[in-house]
Write a protein that binds this ligand. Structure first.
Ligand SMILES: CSC[C@H]1O[C@@H](n2cnc3c(O)ncnc32)[C@H](O)[C@@H]1O
Ligand SMILES: [Zn+2]
Length: 441
């Protein structure tokens, strides 16, 4: 008697990420009620299961869905708006004025749906987002089926979403309450950066986060200028300040960590805080190089993020994995640094650890949520396939992703989005472009 299940996916290769470096050939994943129930040879799967839906992916690699641990999804609508400038000038003279003028619930809804469409089409099944009107980002994630960490922004200064930190905290915690029981969406703290949030607010967040076990993410040590200014102002490095305020711990995700010294690495190591590495954004804004190999060798958990589309300008986490691997070699002077399997781990299981959801996702293990990406390796540019892991990181990219599932639900089939209307997403982006460009800067 065949065992009834929901979905059976047969693939040429399955790369589960855990166990590390393992590649299974001609195997299948069985899925029941959104979870992986078995990973076994296809020959056995076909005589053991009767699935409602059976998918044959004879030239594909199945991997855990990618986890983008730092994004500002709605910024897809500002892609290309102010390129080729350093961070401070980019933010203060271009992005913040544009956000003040244009950002509202509809901008965030349209931009989020656009980013989610791009992420799903490049194999991302979970993203962590930090942006104004997080209610609208959460709705976009809820409606499209992707998994999300909605990191609500807290700044002491007025923003399009909040007049002051008090209001941001109140609105954000109400939103967290609204999603308390949601299986794919968690709402967490995002104090924007040490230079936009004062001690009092950071301390408040630290106490609340520790009490209620809420993750925190913050832009940290993004540039040398940030660290130098902080040292001049109060004689403390931002990492030391966060440590003093109770924010360096395993619930904190430090985004960027470019301008680091030995003391910062030691603090990251002893505190158990995580690092979100955003190599394209760091390169494009000329912020510097995050010493990822030093961090990984010290046992620090380093994940990957695209950052927003205005500073990348892509939402493709495969591209980040590729850039991270190449950059690590260049920075360390060692070709052995950050091999393909480690880059893939950074884009998957390390991301899950950074968000505190490693029990749920980040690898293709039985019992975990069926968050899966299938990558077609049949193309000219991927031949011959000596090592599928190598093709994924060094010879592929998000454009080779064919199918995606989140919690067992298929969201992408043969590159067609199943929960989003691609034409409508493009039309909304063009409408925003017309609005923004018709207005003097
Ligand atoms: C508080 S919502 C997010 C806020 O952050 C801005 N932002 C985008 N990219 C970066 C970056 O690399 N460093 C610092 N701040 C960034 C975004 O424009 C929003 O204002
Ligand atoms: Zn950012």
């Amino acid at each position: 008697m065949l065992q009834p299940i929901d979905t059976l996916i047969h693939a040429r290769w399955i790369i589960p990420v855990i166990p590390t470096q393992k590649v299974y050939e001609n195997c299948s994943l069985a899925i029941e009620q959104g979870r992986i129930t078995a990973l076994l040879p296809s020959s056995e799967a076909k005589i053991r299961f009767k699935a409602k839906q059976e998918v044959e992916l004879g030239q594909h690699a199945l991997i855990p869905g990618l986890i983008n641990t730092h994004n500002h999804a709605p910024m897809t609508l500002l892609r290309g708006y102010a390129d080729d400038r350093p961070l401070k000038e980019w933010l203060e003279q271009h992005i913040w004025p544009a956000e003040e003028r244009w950002v509202g619930p509809q901008f965030v809804a349209d931009g989020s749906r656009h980013a989610i469409a791009e992420m799903l089409r490049s194999g991302t099944t979970t993203f962590s987002d930090q942006y104004f009107f997080p209610e609208a980002v959460a709705i976009a994630a809820r409606e499209t089926g992707i998994r999300a960490h909605i990191a609500f922004p807290v700044l002491d200064v007025p923003t399009p979403w909040s007049r002051h930190a008090e209001e941001a905290l109140h609105k954000g915690l109400t939103l967290r309450d609204d999603y308390r029981a949601h299986e794919r969406i968690e709402v967490v703290f995002a104090p924007h950066a040490p230079y936009t949030v004062g001690d009092q607010t950071l301390e408040k967040i630290a106490v609340c986060a520790a009490e209620a076990q809420i993750p925190v993410q913050i832009h940290l040590h993004e540039t040398y200028q940030e660290v130098e200014t902080a040292l001049k102002q109060n004689g403390e490095r931002p990492t030391e300040r966060l440590q003093r305020l109770g924010l360096m711990n395993p619930q904190t995700l430090c985004v960027h960590m470019v301008a680091t010294n030995e003391r910062d690495i030691e603090l990251l190591k002893t505190s158990g805080a995580h690092v979100a590495h955003c190599p394209s954004s760091n390169l494009k804004l000329a912020s510097g190089f995050c010493p990822t190999m030093e961090m990984l060798d010290a046992g620090i958990n380093v994940s990957l993020g695209t950052d927003g589309a205005a500073s990348n300008n892509s939402q493709d986490l495969f591209a980040e994995a590729n850039t991270a691997a190449l950059l690590a070699k260049a920075v360390s002077g060692k070709a052995t640094a950050l091999p393909a399997h480690q880059a893939l781990a950074m884009a998957t299981i390390n991301g899950a650890r950074a968000l505190g959801i490693e029990e749920e996702t980040g690898s293709l293990e039985t019992g975990k949520s069926a968050d899966i990406a299938a990558i077609n390796l049949a193309g000219l540019e991927q031949q011959p396939v000596h090592d599928p892991m190598s093709q994924l990181i060094y010879a592929g990219g998000g454009h080779n992703v064919s199918d995606v599932w989140v919690a067992g639900k298929q969201l992408l089939r043969e590159r067609q989005l199943l929960t989003l209307n691609e034409t409508e997403v493009i039309q909304r982006a063009q409408l925003w472009r017309d609005r923004i460009s018709g207005h003097s800067r």
